[in-house]
Design a protein around this ligand. Structure first.
Ligand code: URA
Length: 187
């Protein structure tokens, strides 16, 4: 993981690096059974150089806590390690450039369960075109050449979305309980 971080620090192939303040690499338990992958750092993450430390991160912490997880038991990262300026949506080219790095990060963590936080993460990692509304509520297999076997994947609503649309917290809760039960059955 440290070697991957160094590679990203020295990588000049993504223009987002020039506008970002920090590289936001993954953090948490590198032996974790569960890994959360968000979209991209926001302003707080860019300032601190850490994933999910702003308001959405605080809700993600509470979502993890609700199923007995925290940053010591889980690993948290993003599809993009640099903040898109003004929090604009990342372009397909930026996502494609950063994809091999997140794929490698997943291989190095080798979790039992991969939680894709939000539509961008789910679409990118599962290579599917449906929106998050259709993808949530189901289990998927995430496979990659460097993983010994496919990982169980679950897409959940992004906490930033839940903050804007609290009515969807009910479905998020259902997904979290599913994840909790699957974690238990796999351990
Ligand atoms: N939103 C994300 O997707 N990731 C972060 O790290 C912060 C906000």
């Amino acid at each position: 993981l440290e070697a991957l971080r160094t590679i990203l620090e020295n990588f000049d192939g993504c223009g987002l690096k020039t506008t970002a303040t920090s590289l936001v690499f993954g953090e948490g338990n590198s032996q974790a059974q569960i890994m959360f992958v968000g979209e991209a750092p926001g302003a707080d993450e860019d300032r601190m150089g850490r994933p999910f430390v702003g308001v959405s991160g605080q809700l993600l912490d509470r979502m993890m806590e609700a199923i007995g997880l925290d940053r010591k038991s889980a690993y948290i990262t993003n599809i993009l390690p640099w903040r898109p300026p003004g929090n604009r949506n990342p372009s397909p080219a930026e996502i494609a450039i950063c994809l091999p790095f997140i794929e490698r990060q997943i291989e190095l963590i080798e979790p039992d369960i991969l939680v894709m936080v939000g539509g961008v993460s789910a679409k990118t990692l599962l290579g599917r075109s449906e929106g998050i509304m259709r993808m949530r509520g189901n289990w998927f297999e995430y496979a990659s050449p460097g993983l010994p076997s496919p990982v169980q994947g679950r897409a959940i609503f992004h906490p930033a979305y839940l903050l804007r649309s609290p009515a969807h917290k009910r479905e998020a809760w259902i997904d979290l309980l599913e994840i909790k039960a699957r974690l238990k059955s796999l351990s």
